[in-house]
Design a protein around this ligand. Structure first.
Ligand code: Z3D
Length: 655
């Protein structure tokens, strides 16, 4: 049955409470509920937060989302990792009812003494509860004041205004109805916040000489690149698969199906005579070398993320030891894997339905093997081509022993599937960001991610990947690369860069393709970092600044705080983020989305979103250029791409 005061449409509730809403320590989590009561007395609504041990951690009064609305909102902030919960309470607020009536009746001279006496009794009732001593004294004095017949009733009512304030914050509550509890999972910070860098270890230190077989880089030579990655301010180094690569149906350069004898194959074509998912490609070194790589990374405060690509080259040991893990056709062959329109002729997909238990046990073993070698994050390849329930089981299982391990879903598919993967346990996901280049697209997508899917879907905004060189970047214009980096690093608390982006690599395989020409997926691509640094024309300084700015601005480490502002130009996007740690720190980002043409435009700030009074002016400091400006509700900006593509400012304190 319905409670004393009905509460409906509680958010965030995922699949009727079956899955937890996502949060990290210190993240303000908005709670919403629709609450009503009969008649005209005052209704109080609160959000209650419970710690993993079930103890009450906080109770926050929910306020109507707009005056008179039945939709209420409050934020609660869990402070450490674990499985928390929340509930919504509705209750009768007799003090507010009394005060509302008294403010009408007493000026009209109706029931003056009776009203004062009723108020005094409510104060006494509140004073009988467990409250700070000073408050109790104050309440009893208030009761006395209300009964002081030597003063006019109106004067007595005026005198107790501050007590009403106090009781609003910590009210006298009657007839409390409590909803069921809904789960919140508080993951470690990296689940939401981080800067990722992807590189192919085999390219770092590789040697290409005309007429000679290419020589692969190793974990040892790749580790030499790590200090530079750390110096750019990245938190995570993500490695494509590091396992032996199959020879059967191996692909050649530029996705060729007719490889040369010395083509190195695709790292995702996992498995050969040298081993499968728990082995290291012999060209990269040994497991000891991998351990040393992880050690070097750790010392530089870089976490190692490893690819988890559940598929097998025809040469994978699984194909012979466990043919039941594959789908054999009537002629005894196995069809290659696909993710239409992409064809993966060099790999077989797994079949989870013939021997689920056996396959599950093997995959869980592989995952734990890499965890034991220091891998703390898995970037899961095409998870949408495996059963969702498998992920639900695996992620819960790993979490039960290794709650710090994070899984990123590489599911470029329909939103329904991407969302489902987030709900069943993926900590974060790749997104459509690479394809959102227009202002209206970025605004709509930003809003969707921050306001709608945030409880179950944490975005990782990669600016490029080995599979995605967007047309926006194919002109190679530095301004275009800067625009994308600034958007990714400030719209999403997690962003990522695939190596080569900082060198403006931009040549596509062919017109209309998003594949890189001479893609590193199919060949070694050593890069001359020293020469690049020397040239002084890389994106490295901007990337380094962005990561430093993100570390210094807690506002940029959040998703749910994104607020959009108006700009007259349809090529200029403006948004802000306000810290949820009580510091009030606010960052504003204004980006010219056109890498070629200067935009001059008015920006119209939503002053409430900045927590500023309308009509006031405010000082800002540009975190990219160091310049200071004074802006108001309407600000004129000029963004010339040859000078700068964006203002990334913080509101200066002490106006
Ligand atoms: C992507 C992977 C690469 C090549 C293909 C090749 C395949 C297997 C894909 C499959 C999933 C994921 C990866 N999106 O790079 O594709 O592009 O040509 O057939 O070797 O590996 O794993 O990012």
């Amino acid at each position: 049955v319905v409670g004393r005061f009905p509460v409906q449409e509680i958010e965030p509730v995922i699949a009727c409470g079956r899955y937890p809403a996502k949060a990290i320590p210190g993240e303000a989590l908005p709670i919403f509920a629709t609450a009503i009561r009969e008649g005209h007395d005052a209704l109080g609504v609160s959000a209650v937060l419970y710690q993993p041990d079930g103890k009450l951690a906080a109770r926050a009064r929910m306020e109507p989302t707009w005056a008179g609305s039945d939709r209420y909102r409050a934020t609660v902030t869990p402070h450490f990792e674990g499985d928390w919960a929340f509930a919504v309470e509705t209750w009768d607020d007799p003090v507010e009812t009394w005060h509302h009536n008294a403010e009408i009746k007493i000026p009209a001279g109706i029931d003056e003494e009776l009203m004062c006496e009723e108020g005094a009794r409510l104060f006494e009732e509140a004073a009988s509860e467990d409250r700070p001593k000073a408050t109790i004294r104050h309440l009893l004095e208030g009761a006395k004041t209300l009964r002081d017949q030597t003063r006019p009733a109106q004067a007595r009512l005026n005198a107790i205004a501050d007590i009403i304030e106090t009781l609003r914050e910590n009210p006298l509550r009657r007839l409390v109805t409590t909803s069921q509890r809904y789960p919140i999972r508080v993951d470690r910070e990296r689940a939401l916040v981080g800067a990722w860098y992807e590189f192919f270890p085999r390219s770092e230190g590789a040697i290409l000489k005309p007429g000679k077989a290419p020589v692969s880089g190793t974990f040892k030579s790749a580790a030499e690149r790590l200090p530079a990655v750390a110096a750019m301010g990245f938190d995570v180094i993500y490695l494509p698969p590091v396992h032996p690569i199959g020879k059967t149906h191996r692909k050649g350069k530029n996705n060729s199906l007719t490889p040369d004898a010395d083509d190195v194959g695709v790292p995702w074509a996992i498995g050969a005579a040298d081993g499968g998912h728990d082995a290291i490609h012999p060209d990269l070194g040994t497991i000891k070398d991998f351990d040393n790589f992880v050690k070097t990374a750790r010392a530089l405060h870089l976490e190692v993320a490893l690819d988890l690509a559940l598929q097998a080259s025809p040469d994978h040991p699984w194909v012979t030891t466990h043919p039941e893990w594959f789908t054999t056709r009537a002629d005894g062959s196995i069809a290659y894997a696909e993710n239409p329109p992409k064809k993966y002729q060099d790999i077989y997909p797994l079949n989870f339905d013939n021997d689920y238990q056996g396959l599950y046990a093997e995959i869980a073993r592989v995952v734990r093997f890499w965890i034991s070698h220091g891998v703390s994050i898995f970037r899961v390849d095409n998870p949408h081509t495996k059963p969702v329930y498998f992920w639900e089981e695996l992620l819960a299982d790993i979490r039960s022993t290794d709650p710090d391990v994070i899984f990123l879903a590489e599911a470029f598919t329909k939103p329904t599937m991407m969302h489902a993967l987030g709900k069943v346990g993926f900590h974060q996901s790749y997104t459509y960001f690479t394809w959102r280049t227009e202002k209206y697209e970025l605004e709509a997508y930003g809003r969707e991610l921050a306001e709608q899917s945030a409880p179950f879907f944490r975005p990782n905004f990669f600016v490029n990947t080995p599979d995605i060189l967007h047309a926006f970047l194919q002109t190679g214009k530095p301004a275009a690369f800067a625009i994308r980096a600034i958007l990714a690093a400030t719209l999403s608390p997690t962003w990522g860069v695939y190596s080569g982006f900082e060198l403006y690599e931009h040549v596509a395989l062919k017109p209309g393709s998003e594949e890189y020409l001479d893609s590193e997926k199919y060949q070694l691509r050593p890069r001359d970092w020293a020469a690049a640094e020397e040239s002084g024309t890389t994106l490295i300084p901007l990337i380094t600044s962005l990561n430093a700015i993100r570390r210094g601005a807690s506002a940029l480490q959040r998703l749910r705080n994104l607020r959009l502002h108006g700009a007259d130009s349809d090529q200029v996007i403006a948004y802000s983020k306000r810290a949820d740690d009580g510091s009030g720190d606010t960052v504003i980002v204004i980006v010219n989305l056109n890498p070629d043409i200067t935009q001059e435009t008015w920006v119209h700030f939503d002053m409430a979103a900045l927590d500023l009074p309308a009509w006031t002016s405010f000082a800002v400091e540009d975190l990219l250029s160091g310049e200071r400006y004074t802006w108001g509700e309407h600000a004129w900006v000029r963004l010339d791409p040859s000078v700068r593509v964006a203002h990334l400012v913080k509101i200066a304190k002490g106006l």
